[in-house]
Design a protein around this ligand. Sequence first.
Ligand SMILES: O=C(O)CCC(=O)C(=O)O
Ligand SMILES: [Fe+2]
Length: 284
Amino acid sequence: MLDIKSSIEKINEDGYIDLSGLISTEMVDQINEKISLPMSQPHVNGQRGYIGCGCQRYLADTMSYGKEIINVYTDDFLIELAETYAQDKVHLSNYRIYSTYPSEDFKMWWHLDNKIDTYDSEKKVFVQTVVPDDKGIIFIMYLSDVEDGGVQVVKGSHKWSSDYEREDFDHMENEFSNDIVTFNNCPKGTFVAYDYGLIHRAKPYNGGKVRTSMFGQLSPSRMPTGEPILLNSRDLLDLTSKQQQVLNFGQKATTLNWPIGDPHEFAKSNTAKGIKAKIRSLFS
Ligand SMILES: O=C(O)CCC(=O)C(=O)O
Ligand SMILES: [Fe+2]
């Protein structure tokens, strides 16, 4: 049985907690069913799908694919945990469903996420500013069984990471290597929640299976709103006021949805088709 008090104690001590079981396997399967088509086709020109970014695919308009997805992001226990930990009301500042394919090139660095994201629309880049006083929870739930490429956290590092006034920690890997906890060989439904001042990353991997995950960052009310949250009118009728709070109802977004794909990435895979073949392919 999960309880708030002991979960808070565990996060205070280690910086993270394994909440696997919070979301049922049935719910995970229902989410997978709803995202399977869009995760197999690029989001382009009216076709709803994924945004390609290197070896990753990010589901565009993640929150629009089913009430189950909203319900995970606004789960009662998760929100109570985040609000007790942050000692403030929380909202969803960043969120995504994404697949990571094994790759030689992609290597996430050890980092923190207590920072503000904004988008510079002139330079067309996301800009990040570290905010030492930002305290909240990130959760990652696996939607696929994960053998390799799992989440890695540095146990206890939330207690000292702010001493360094930086967000990247690759240079200290040798010093904290004994404290690394890796969530590999874990089934779908595995649910890890951590203080986002904890040093963490996705373990780099270059072979084996694709990893699909759901990510949410719950931030205290003093932090900016974050990403736009686009919902499907099908799902709005009976949202509670708590859900509306977490989903930023009535609030202006302060950044854009991550990531913005490079249009050339899609063009490369599609230019080979002639115009006639393209039109024909629209019909069965
Ligand atoms: O996918 C993961 O394991 C980690 C993701 C992460 O740290 C991030 O997106 O900030
Ligand atoms: Fe992160």
